[in-house]
Design a protein around this ligand. Structure first.
Ligand SMILES: O=C(/C=C/c1ccc(O)cc1)O[C@@H]1O[C@H](CO)[C@@H](O)[C@H](O)[C@H]1O
Length: 499
């Protein structure tokens, strides 16, 4: 039953509205709409649910950001042809996506084909941690699979499925519906363990094996050359026709960002190569000389807010002026048997986390990245995949017995922030410890995050998004850049000149 959003969506939309969200990111369940893929009919109850959800959101001025596929597939497609390992799935996905455009595209203007396909294929076919649990040693223990080939085959089919869906949208729906279609990648950030050329190259390699694995084909028509060099024939090839189809088949990039690690080179040094990132011939670790890379979270991940600026700049430079959305970013809590609801609700760390990541996101915006929105993961506590109810990301607490929702302190903070009442403390990049209070935050959030921010949530994604307002920006930027020595004052000046 999880949080039972299926029956409580109206109450949940009230909650979004009272927080002040103007976009909600959620995903569709493929099998709820097409129980047997293209081999069966449409389930009217499933369509009715999404119709009512979308209509209720719009009724409250909340924009739906719809992810077409988030890991789950109709079992029929697994049994018939092995789902993502067969090119046949490209046709099934395109069929499903077109049905969604047709049914919901009059109201949905932001589509995301896949959520984190780069993570999904690794979990499903490399480590084997997620269904269908395929892998081979030393990366995991599974009954079947091949960790050196299957992740790349599955990814290949997902990339082509994405391109075909976008192509269909552009041909048959875009003119009339006027929306845009992107893809969301899971994106860790990495720093070099040592300040040596080999480790800098290791960072560039591991990044090529992550988001660029999916994005390079969609922008340039082929995989990053580092992947081809290392993987050789294990990396599938696109035909000439496919390369043509692929190029520029994307309107925006979505990024889910949580984690940062150091990496060290494993081409010139010896390493144990059995980790998530091993195929890139790097070794990942979280400490340098015994000092952790960031503040430790209860789930043993690390908080490194400055990564947000770096990864956004990496994407903005590699893929030129592409619009970007941060489609997930959030703070984890662990609920073990001794944790009380009060402790979970008193989540001051979460507000700090969001504030600090937004601060560094604003630095990237100031440097010219075309960031259109930010979504917190998540609106409320969820059933978190294999971790069930033990891992919580919500701004709102859910009591999974009574299903009662209670806003945590972070929901109150975020609400004030997006409504523009909260005074935000900005850290400057050069001196993160020196905090500058910004006293005109109403203007700050209105101008920086837009007058008409889009908002989204997922099964529990939430957040805010803003539209870039060219006229304001164009006016504001030259003035701001005039005093570009001091980044902090640039930032304040830019905001002031927008006011
Ligand atoms: O980032 C991840 C999942 C990472 C992972 C899982 C299992 C492993 O074994 C390793 C990594 O998912 C995103 O982050 C969220 C919070 O986790 C999930 O709840 C979202 O659904 C998802 O989009």
């Amino acid at each position: 039953m999880a949080a039972d959003h299926y029956h409580r969506y109206k109450e949940d939309i009230e909650m979004m509205h009272s927080i002040g969200l103007d976009s909600y990111r959620f995903s569709l369940s493929w099998s709820r709409i097409l129980q047997k893929g293209r081999f069966g009919g449409v389930n009217p109850a499933g369509v009715k649910f999404y119709d009512s959800l979308i209509n209720s959101l719009l009724g409250k001025g909340i924009q739906p950001f719809v992810t077409i596929n988030n890991y789950d597939i109709p079992e029929e497609l697994q049994e018939r042809y092995g789902s993502w390992l067969s090119p046949q799935i490209q046709e099934d996905f395109t069929y499903f996506a077109e049905l969604c455009f047709k049914m919901f595209g009059d109201r949905v203007k932001h589509w995301i084909t896949f959520n984190e396909p780069n993570l999904m294929v690794k979990l499903a076919y490399f480590t084997g941690g997620f269904p269908p649990s395929h892998c081979s040693e030393p990366y995991g223990k599974c009954n079947s699979g091949n960790s050196s080939t299957e992740p790349y085959i599955a990814a290949h089919n997902m990339i082509l499925a994405h391109a075909k869906a976008v192509n269909t949208y552009r041909k048959n729906y875009k003119a009339k519906q006027g929306g845009s279609v992107g893809i969301t990648l899971h994106m860790r950030w990495y720093g070099p363990l040592r300040n040596i050329k080999e480790d800098h190259l290791a960072v560039s390699r591991v990044l090529s094996f992550e988001a660029a694995w999916f994005l390079d084909p969609l922008f340039f028509g082929d995989y990053p050359h580092q992947m081809r060099q290392i993987l050789g024939p294990n990396l599938p090839k696109f035909t000439k026709g496919e390369k043509q189809l692929l190029k520029k088949q994307i309107d925006f990039i979505g990024v889910n960002h949580y984690d940062t690690y150091y990496v060290k080179d494993c081409i010139y040094s010896l390493c144990d190569l059995d980790l998530y990132t091993s195929e890139a011939l790097v070794f990942e670790l979280a400490e340098r000389n015994g000092i952790p890379i960031g503040k430790l979270t209860p789930a043993n991940s690390y908080v490194v807010p400055s990564s947000m600026e770096k990864l956004v700049m990496y994407l903005a430079q590699r893929y030129k002026s592409i619009p970007l959305y941060i489609t997930e970013n959030g703070y984890v809590q662990i609920d073990n048997s001794s944790t009380t609801a009060e402790e979970l609700i008193n989540d001051t760390e979460r507000s700090s986390y969001i504030r600090d990541y937004l601060t560094y996101l604003s630095f990237a915006i100031r440097k010219g990245a075309d960031v259109r929105g930010y979504f917190v993961w998540s609106l409320m506590d969820t059933f978190e995949w294999k971790s069930g109810y033990t891992v919580k990301y919500g701004l709102c607490h859910v009591d999974f017995k009574s299903l009662k929702r209670t806003p945590k302190l972070s929901a109150k903070w975020y609400s004030k922030f997006i409504k523009g009442y909260e005074q935000i403390e900005m850290a400057s990049e050069e001196s993160p410890k020196h905090m500058v209070s910004y006293h005109r935050n109403t203007e700050f959030s209105r101008k920086l995050f837009g007058k008409f921010p889009h908002v989204h949530v997922c099964q529990c994604h939430i957040g805010i998004a803003w539209e870039t307002r060219r006229s304001l920006e164009d006016e504001a930027r030259p003035q701001a850049y005039r005093i570009s020595e001091n980044k902090r004052s640039v930032f304040l000046s830019w905001v002031d000149s927008c006011v």
